[in-house]
Structures are given as C-alpha cells and as structure tokens.
Design a protein around this ligand. Structure first.
Ligand code: F6P
Length: 491
C-alpha cells in the first residue's frame, strides 16, 4: 500500500539528482484580499487536490498561473512562495498573465474550445484563431518560467492538462536533459470528435514532445493513439502503447488518479465535524429527513440539471417520499466568463425553483441550494450527513468527488449513485451505476439507494473503501515517478 511516507522515500532516493517541477494552469494555493487581510485558499480543483499531497511528499517547484488578487504581494523577488503556508514543503513559482491573455488562453482556447471538444456533453467547441495565438504565447511564457527554474540541470517536468499542450515540445527542444511527462486530467475523445479541431496537428506535435503521456483509463489512451495514427506522420505501436515521431518516443499509459484516502478518512472523523453536522441540521431545518447530496464545480459536464430532473421524477413516482427526502445541491461557480457556464447556472436556478415550487409543503422543500464557496469542514459535515450522493457527470475523466465521498463514509453506511460515463465507474463498481441521460433510471437508483438494506449498503461501501484505499493518490504518483525514473535512466 503506497503512503505519503513511502512516496517520500521513493522521491528522496530516486529523484535525488533531479529537480522535480510540476506545471499546471491552476495553482494549489491562492492568496486573496478579504475583510482587510490576506487569505490563502485552495481552489475547487481535483487536479490540485490530488497533486498537493504528492508535492508535499516529493518537494520541488510547482509552476502555475498566479490568479489571486494578493498573489503578487506574497511572492519573493523571483515570484516564488513556499507552501503550504503553515509548514512550507515545496515552492510555487507564479506566472503572471494579463486579462487579455487569461481571456484568450484560459477562457477561450482551454475552456471554450478544448474542454467541450474533449467532453462529449453536446456543447459545441468554439475555435478562434486570435485566441489560439494567445494560447501559444502563454505556453511559451510557461516554458520560459520552467526553464528558468530548472537552469541547465537535470529535471523531471510533470505537466498537467489541456491548458499546456504545446509546452512539452518547447521544453524538450530547449533542454535535452529534461524528462517530460504530462497527465491529461480529462477524457480524450475518439478520432472523429477530435477531427473538428483546426489546431489538431500542432496540439498532437506539442503532446508528442512528452516522454510519457498519461490518461486516466486505457480507453482514452486508445483514442489518443488512433487520433495520432490517423492525423499525423508517426509510427504508432498499439502493443507497446508508444508513438515514435522524428526518432523520438512517447509512451502512452493509463494512470487512474485518486485521493489521499487516509487523510480524507481522518478528517471525516475529526470531532469538529459532528458539531458542524449538528449546526447544519439546525440551520437547514433537516429534521429526520433522508438526505442526498450533490457536490460539483458548476460545469455543464457534471449533469446537474439531469440529476435535478431525476429527483423530480423520483418524487413524481414515489409520492410517499415527499416531505421525507431532501437533496442538498452544493457547488462552486466556475469559468463564469464562458457563456455555456452562465447558461448552466441559469438552468440550475430554474430547475430548483420549479421543483421546489411543485412539491414544497410546510418548511420542507425537496432541494436545498447551497451553491457558493463552503468551508472544507462544512463540505465534510454535509458528506457525513448524507445517506446517498449523486455524481451524474455526462462525461468525466475520473471524478474525485466520488472517491472523496467514499473516503468520507467512515460509517460505511452510504450509497453512491455514479454515472457510468466517469473514469471512477471503472473502479467503483459497487456504486449504483447509472446513465445520467436517463432520468427514469436515475430515479430508480435513488429509490434503490434509500431502500437498500443496511447490510448491502455496508458491503458495497466497504468494498469501495478498500479500492480507494489501495489505489490512492500516492500509488498514482509513485507509478508515474517510477516510470519517469526508468525513462531518465534510458529504460
Ligand atoms: O481536472 C480538470 C480541470 O480542468 C483542472 O485542470 C482544473 O484545475 C480543474 O478541472 C478545475 O478547473 P479550473 O482550474 O478551470 O477552475
């Protein structure tokens, strides 16, 4: 079983002669002004939640966009700051972007083109060449920051996600001493879907700058290999999962990402959680109702309207649960400058309003809307209060919310309803797996969840906890680090 300590040992031994550099758009700690002081918060991001414990164990430098309004005031003369603030274990090197750059690179290409391109959720990607030029320039900016951090020495550079597709090639050409790997946190679509992207060749060439390219599941690796095979000149080896282009090799492998199971379970058991549960029970007037929850970054890929429609269908078909079951929808607004994200918020507002109006009686209403930032303690208390959770993504690379719910279920008495279109569904086979597009099917799963006998609830949850405990984030990182070390030593 991999732990923080064993990953630390692996890193101390194997990464000894290398500088370890992680690069992502999103930074793991954001400094911002609030109520006259500077706060340091962690963003709602599966990527940063997974990589922060890894960096605490490995040490090194994390290069990321400095997005907080107090970020510039908290760095040193080299744009660096030690984190976590209370006990620094690694360094963030912040990259500064203007509003126009953020617009073109982050909101434009990354989240209005590549995100909908890779998620099959029937939202159309928008391709704008001016934004592509900005995206290119920003990738070059990140490359300069990484090369500066590394100096002329040897380093493992671990790039994250679709914001930085051009970076690996730039790095590999600039410094042959680097071992460059990238993890793609979202799905890779099939060849036909990817074909509509006007920048496909440049993106593929950029990604083939990596020595190692990781996806959550083998299916995404296969999609990537087929995309390369059909788009650019390269030799694709389907047996070894490798691409050779211009004499350079890229290994393409699945690494299912995860969470720090022990840490989340320990936080679920902290004494403050019970008090917070009590506070929520009172302030939300929860009586002895059956509680379901949804916790998401507000994104059209998460299937939030589909889930709300399923709750409506459930109450329509099972009137005996009116006045007895409540669903708490939490979630943090995200990427609100992209029109599709504004529309999804409006749609959620309307659905919650209509469903509550249809069924509410006395102080009971079926959906409690808790969208907005919540403290980690409140989120944990909500998980602990719930009898079931719904993760209804229309398409999702992994979905760590599902794994966090499992790790928080220390009473082993909760049911997870999980979309079959998440990477997590491949591991969490004891969840009630559903097609989120089929409202009736999800409504039936809600009924099955609330009527499931205790023994079955426990049996399923115990098995899922064992899976997440074993396949934890330290295993994910150790597998990648071991592979990078092998590549670095010419293996
Ligand atoms: O996991 C996919 C991802 O896009 C990450 O890259 C990102 O940090 C997370 O979702 C949250 O999105 P954002 O950083 O755009 O708020």
């Amino acid at each position: 079983m991999w732990t923080r300590e064993s990953l630390h040992e692996l890193a101390a031994g194997e990464l000894r002669d290398y500088h370890f550099v992680v690069v992502s758009n999103r930074e793991p700690y954001i400094h911002s002004h609030a109520l006259g002081t500077i706060h340091c918060d962690m963003p709602p991001s599966g990527l940063t939640a997974a990589l922060d414990p890894v960096m605490r164990a490995c040490g090194g430098t994390w290069v990321a966009h400095g997005s907080g309004n107090a970020d510039r005031e908290t760095v040193d003369a080299n744009d660096r700051v030690g984190v976590p603030p209370e006990d620094p274990r690694y360094t963030i090197r912040r990259v500064w972007l203007s509003k126009e750059e953020e617009d073109g690179y982050y909101y434009g290409v990354s989240n209005d083109a590549l995100w909908p391109l890779c998620h099959i959720a029937y939202t159309r990607p928008t391709f704008n060449d001016d934004e592509w030029k900005v995206y290119r320039a920003v990738n070059e900016r990140f490359a300069r920051a990484v090369l500066q951090e590394v100096g002329g020495g040897q380093a493992f550079v671990f790039v994250q996600d679709y914001h930085l597709t051009l970076l690996p090639r730039i790095l590999r050409e600039a410094n042959p001493n680097l071992v460059v790997a990238q993890f793609w946190h979202i799905p890779w679509p099939n060849r036909e879907a990817f074909r509509v992207c006007p920048w496909q060749n440049e993106i593929l060439e950029g990604l083939l700058g990596n020595h190692l390219l990781g996806f959550h599941i083998r299916y995404h690796c296969n999609n990537f290999l087929e995309t390369v095979d059909r788009s650019i000149e390269a030799r694709v080896d389907y047996d070894r999962y490798e691409v050779i282009r211009g004499g350079k090799k890229t290994e393409v492998k699945p690494f299912p990402i995860s969470i720090d199971f022990e840490e989340v379970s320990a936080r679920a058991r902290e004494p403050g959680v019970e008090a917070e549960m009590e506070r929520l029970r009172k302030s939300l007037e929860l009586d002895d109702w059956i509680i379901g929850m949804g916790l998401d970054r507000i994104d059209y890929t998460k299937g939030i309207p589909d889930r709300l429609r399923a709750i409506d269908r459930f109450l329509e078909r099972n009137p005996e649960y009116r006045g007895r079951l409540v669903f708490i929808q939490t979630g943090v607004p995200s990427r609100v400058h992209v029109p599709a994200y504004r529309r999804i918020n409006d749609e959620i507002d309307t659905l919650i309003e209509e469903t509550n109006w249809k069924y509410e009686t006395g102080h009971w209403r079926p959906i409690i809307d808790l969208r907005g930032p919540l403290s980690p303690l409140t989120v944990m208390a909500l998980r602990r209060l719930s009898h079931f959770a719904i993760v209804s993504s229309l398409h999702d690379g992994m979905n760590l919310v599902a794994k966090e719910f499992v790790a928080s279920s220390v009473d082993e008495d909760k049911v997870l309803i999980l979309s079959e279109f998440t990477g997590a569904a491949r591991e969490l086979t004891d969840a009630l797996l559903v097609n989120p597009y089929a409202a009736d099917e999800v409504a039936e799963a809600i009924k099955a969840a609330v009527e499931m006998p205790l023994e079955e609830r426990q049996r399923r949850m115990r098995r899922m906890r064992a899976v997440v405990q074993e396949n934890n984030v330290y295993k994910w990182a150790a597998d990648i680090v071991a592979k990078m070390v092998k590549i670095g030593s010419g293996g």
